[in-house]
Design a protein around this ligand. Structure first.
Ligand SMILES: [Zn+2]
Length: 277
């Protein structure tokens, strides 16, 4: 789910284009409805200077706030503003662009979901993350990731694949409160770490690996009622057995805290193959 340098710079470019478009729409509205806006402080100063110097009045495109009534509502409702042809054209373009953006994001989520289901099968466990809390913490930067899009795509893909294969499947959500996957080791030891620590190092069994990879592996040993995330429990015995098998553990350098969860919205992994009796 991590975005590479090209995707990041493309996103920054798009964001800048959006801001510029918004600015030019605002300028256009002010230009066609100058009576609805106040002059900015600099414009007022300039107007006074010209008057004092005996120069003729100059027409400004007002850069100040909207003229409002006592109750802070605009004197004239925005819907009664005159809008130029270029404004309408620009606004239609912006609407089209944002539809395209939503579509791109959704297509990408579908591709990632298809890839995950193809690799790990249609029976998946993800952490039941509280997106509202994330939105409170990270605000608008969350928009770039739209973390709700992937679980939705994953759920659809897994259910469809399971139906096709005539097996059980779908996405089960596991409460992070009862499992604390990122804080545990496969050996059962509680290896507490901050959000910024991206590498798991267990003092007890010596397991070292990417924090997310370890959490995802642990998720494969979670038992949970499909409709009740709070019933999730970690099967430590099965996890310890999983530790016996040689696994590839990739390490990544630590990241600053604020980039933590937003980079990796969900974790998914294969259900453990049942141990032979
Ligand atoms: Zn351990």
């Amino acid at each position: 789910m991590e975005r590479d340098a090209d995707q990041l710079s493309a996103a920054a470019r798009e964001a800048k284009e959006r801001r510029n478009r918004q600015k030019s729409l605002d300028r256009s509205r002010r230009n066609t409805n100058p009576d609805q806006y106040q002059l900015s402080r600099a414009q007022k100063r300039e107007q006074k200077r010209r008057k004092d110097a005996g120069l003729s009045d100059r027409r400004f495109v007002p850069a100040g706030p909207r003229k409002t009534r006592k109750d802070d509502e605009p004197v004239q409702a925005y819907r009664h503003d005159r809008l130029s042809r270029s404004y309408r054209k620009g606004r239609a373009g912006a609407a089209e662009e944002s539809t395209g953006l939503v579509r791109t994001r959704r297509d990408r989520a579908r591709a990632v979901a298809a890839d995950l289901v193809a690799t790990h099968g249609p029976d998946l466990v993800v952490e039941d993350c509280n997106l509202t809390a994330w939105a409170c913490q990270w605000g608008r930067s969350l928009h770039a990731f739209a973390p709700g899009t992937l679980p939705a795509a994953l759920d659809r893909e897994a259910t469809a694949t399971a139906e096709q294969r005539n097996t059980d499947g779908g996405v089960r959500r596991a409460s992070t409160r009862t499992t604390a996957l990122s804080q545990h080791c496969l050996c059962g030891h509680r290896a507490a770490k901050t959000l910024g620590q991206r590498t798991h190092r267990c003092p007890r069994c010596g397991l070292e690996g990417d924090r997310d990879a370890v959490s995802a592996t642990l998720a494969a040993f979670v038992n949970v009622d499909p409709d009740k995330p709070a019933t999730a429990t970690l099967d430590h015995t099965a996890a310890r057995q999983g530790l016996q098998h040689p696994t590839m553990w990739a390490t990544r350098p630590d990241h600053p805290t604020h980039q933590g969860p937003a980079r990796r919205p969900v974790r998914a992994n294969r259900k453990p193959t049942p141990a032979p009796p």
